[in-house]
Design a protein around this ligand. Sequence first.
Ligand code: C2E
Ligand code: CA
Ligand code: CA
Length: 534
Amino acid sequence: MIVFGTFNAVAAAAVHLAVGAVLPLVPFVALALLAVGYGMVGAARAGNGSGPRVAPSAPGRDLELRRPEGSVGAPSVPVVPLYRRPNALRRHRDLDPLTDLPGRDCLAATLGRLITEATGQEERLALIAFDIDRMKDINGIHGYALGDQLLRIAARRLEGIARDGVFRLDGDRFVIVRRHVAGIADAEIAAVAALDRIGRPIRLGKATKQEMRPSASVGIALYPDHGSDFEGLMRCAEMAVDDAKRAGGRRCRLFDRGMIVAMQFRKDMERDLQEALEAGELSLHYQPQIDLSTGRIVGVEALMRWTHRERGLIPPTTFIPIAEASGLIKPMGTWLIHEACRTVKSWQTMGLDIAMAINISAAQLRQQNLPEIVAQALAENDLAADRLELELTESLFVDPSELMMRRSLDQLAEMGVGLAIDDFGTGYSSLAYLKRLPVQKIKIDKSFTQGIGREEVDEALVKVIIHLARTFGKRVLAEGVETPDQHRFLVQEGCDAAQGYLFAKPVPFAACTRHLEADAERHAVSTGLHATAG
Ligand code: C2E
Ligand code: CA
Ligand code: CA
């Protein structure tokens, strides 16, 4: 898969370091540049479905970007846009006033006619549906006028490439119809070229150099392969769009029958998850975080667990994306924050003073009252704010203008709550956010840690990230440490902290309490405190 428009973190690091002309950093610039050639690998990792926040077992596959755009299937039939009868259409008040494109009724009528014509002639048609990514955020942040302008630009861009007609359905959804489709590849090439075209940069204003790179999620359905009427084909195309969206957007999916099964599975899980939340079937496991200079446990990460009545243990990589998509993540997150604070308090009463890291999803961060929820949980348990650390994935910071999130983050930081960037190195972001955001910690993604001792380039990346963290005055923790060699390497490179199976797996409360007690005991012995404590 190729995720285009990607700006790999390491490439960005190299650019930043190079542009910053910080002379003592030269060896790292070299390292970073060495790593640049590896950039796409890092990016592919992030988007290949193995990342922790990507919907699992997505049945569709990503389609490659094939350039140049001009290669979009030479039509074998005369190029006559289907709806170019503006007078007739206007008379029927069928054109959307914003984009000047025909709407759903016209699409239904056109497709109905095309299907009738195609039947018996063994002609294949493609319905390609587009949904502009993050349209709600764009409207919220830049205002509806700019949102409207973006839709108009998208309409013109699609029109410029669509051979047989573009339609605007509700909101930010567009559809291209394509006749005489030679095969699946033909439809795919057209879809990907359109996606590329939509994604070209847009200047935000005359006076500013600020650019926006819109993107879309695209789904393809074919007649007669996937359906025999407008309604059926549209449902398939929309299912494929949703699949592309769930995988992070900016991609294109061909409808696949597995999507129906996956949709049913998600619906069932969503219902069960709601019940699980109410029935108290969710629990937390805790994984210790180790200070690499002292060997002491300095924190614990809370990881959610769900034991399903029939299916048994369901991994968070399966149920968190479902919770995120359904909005359930908000009540689940609120429960998590309270539960984490209660646990910290329990440990405090046992004389174990430990900070707790919890994972926060984008939807929670966009929830305006997140700082309030956190403040309330802290107050109820009489805890200092620095006993809680929120882990946010790098992908949250793709759009630096997410003002709503920014406000919440600033508020949380002001309260004294810790903030960390999770899965560092897997995102698509520019590193500018490191300078601006009030985060204190970077967590190196386990895919890099696990390359230590195996892949030179992963070692180089880990070094660069540790150095980068130091340059920006952040602490750095490596996750997924499994071997003594990885541990040694991290100590040598001056990494502050680590987490992984080598030290401890995520375990329930009682087992984690034993880890903490044993750690306190060891520390007391090594510092001689033990003798006086009794
Ligand atoms: P994450 O935040 O990156 O969490 C670390 C994951 O790595 C955990 O998987 C942990 O069990 C696993 N891990 C820890 N040490 C090692 C190691 O040495 N080797 C390997 N191979 N794996 C290790 P887990 O518990 O399955 O969680 C997966 C992901 O689900 C988390 O990734 C996080 O993104 C998400 N998640 C878990 N709990 C929550 C939650 O309460 N809220 C939200 N929003 N997301 C959560
Ligand atoms: Ca985490
Ligand atoms: Ca992580």
